[in-house]
Design a protein around this ligand. Structure first.
Ligand code: GAR
Length: 201
């Protein structure tokens, strides 16, 4: 069985889209794969309840618990790695996971760590992508699924979805339009990876 671990920090709608696609498309039968755990960096992430409703085991590794460590970021990543590795995942999926990961973490999951970012990378890495796209006068915006490398929001691009930016758009209205596309694109990207893993065995 190929285990998929999904990491979240917030509402978890991409996580839910992937979990629902896994059920709907029977990834168990098709790819011998399953979403085996949802791990949140925040105890109050709305996505935790959604994961429970979808029948998925959840866990919290709260980044604030490591604030008094000599190197809080490294200590958090170490604890997160331990939680993830219990599942021996074939794929680790970042879905609205709002933490910058250490190079050691990224190296540990090299080739099996993917992310969705709400811009057409390499444009607008980082935060506030939708407002920045509007401010720049972009006519199109979108989202990118990419492999994660140590360079923030710069890994090899796996797929992208494009939406128009409308004259009346606010950051919120544009974010909602982009998110709808993320929900279609991200599960499909995960399925393609699982399909390619299957062929290589
Ligand atoms: C999504 O739009 C995702 O692309 C973005 O956060 C949102 C999470 O929504 N991710 C990032 O900004 C990562 N840098 P969700 O929690 O409902 O899936």
């Amino acid at each position: 069985m190929r285990n998929i671990v999904i990491l979240i920090s917030g509402s978890g709608s991409n996580m839910a889209a992937i979990a629902q696609a896994a059920q709907r498309e029977d990834w168990h039968q098709k790819f011998q794969a399953r979403v085996c755990a949802v791990i949140s960096s925040r105890p109050d992430a709305k996505g935790l309840q959604m994961a429970t409703e979808l029948g998925l085991p959840t866990q919290v590794v709260d980044h604030r618990d490591f604030a008094d460590q000599a190197d809080p970021r490294a200590a958090f990543d170490h604890a997160l790695m331990q939680a993830i590795d219990e599942h021996q995942p074939a794929l680790v999926v970042l879905a609205g996971f709002m933490r910058i990961l250490t190079p050691a973490f990224v190296a540990h999951y090299a080739g099996r760590l993917i992310n969705v970012h709400p811009s057409l990378l390499p444009a607008f890495p980082g935060l506030n992508t939708h407002q920045r796209a509007i401010d720049a006068g972009c006519r199109f915006a979108g989202a990118t699924v990419h492999q994660v490398t140590a360079d923030l929001d710069h890994g090899p691009i796996l797929t992208q979805a494009v939406v128009p930016v409308l004259p009346e758009d606010t950051a919120d209205s544009l974010a909602a339009r982009v998110l709808t596309q993320e929900h279609l694109m991200y599960p499909q990207a995960v399925a393609e990876i699982l399909g390619s893993l299957r062929k290589s065995f």
